[in-house]
Design a protein around this ligand. Sequence first.
Ligand code: IPM
Ligand code: MG
Length: 360
Amino acid sequence: MKKNIALMRGDYSSPEIVAQAVRVLDKIAEKYGHEFVYTDIAMGGNAIDKYGDPFPDHELEKCLASDSVLLGAVGGPKWDHLPGDQRPEKGLLKMRGGMKLFANTRPAKIWPQLASASPLKEEIVAKGIDFVVLRELTGGIYFGEHRTEETECEGKTEKRSVDIMTYTEHEIERIGRVAFETAMKRGKKLCSVDKANVLDSSRLWRSVMHRVKEDYPEVEYSDMLVDNCAMQICRDPSQFDVIVTENMFGDILTDEASEITGSIGMVPSSSLGATTCGVYEPIHGSAPDLAGKDIINPIACILSAAMMLRYSFDMPAEADDIESAVSRVLDAGKRTADIMSEGMECLSCSGMGNAILAEL
Ligand code: IPM
Ligand code: MG
């Protein structure tokens, strides 16, 4: 099969991990007789440097014309002084909105080889951690109106800022359906997370989820308040199979969910909309302090490439092949610095790429 892949190499240490993922994809293409054609896309800090814009329309057009996008990570101190609407993160949000990627999937799964790296107690980890969070990605407070204005208070002028959180029924319903479908393919358990005791948008969220649930009688459904969920994720993560939640709650909970697996450098993600053209990226950042040293962990990016093969290109055998190669490399005691422990062999970023290639 021939596939056109848009590559966003990203900022700081990101190009180093994307390079390793491309080596893995090329090996897969050779082994299974596919052809992957790459187009470089500027987004984030690199796009600001090149075009003075974190994600120009012409770059978005190239993404929409591709079969899928593989992304490193964007942002870093070089662009921190810029105003909100010109920052690298704005490029990311424009990409999500422009490509209509409303469903973000972030797995939280413990690799048995790395279980000791989890900050949770051994007896909690022993019960198992294997769930996915579906984060709504194109609505809510991230995409509502943002403004800062002057206001009068007790004779003094001060600033007042507003960020608006909005959800419509169809936005909730479409992520709800993806979540129920995901649960059907996994353990048939879905927990919808909201703040329905305070927010109107959450009460609407909950009522729509209850409507959708009627179509999935096999799924064991529950509602949970977001503060309780944050607590339950570290108290007993084994209770979760699929979590679905709105954009900002999902942002916060997925950082927590990745941390309990002990290795943020291992977590891939997918963002999809109504088509199979999606964005695949590690959930970690651009690690400015590691840039140029060839020490960043490329595994999350390599696993993101595997997710792309599985979910966008319908190549499950090829995806399995990459995931089991990663597992065998870990079995052999090979690590990068971020997941290093006593008695293991510490590899560079490209060294980890070599080790995974050798297993394919
Ligand atoms: C994420 C990140 C982004 C978000 C930032 C960089 C805008 O934290 O993908 O989780 O908040 O969505
Ligand atoms: Mg985040």
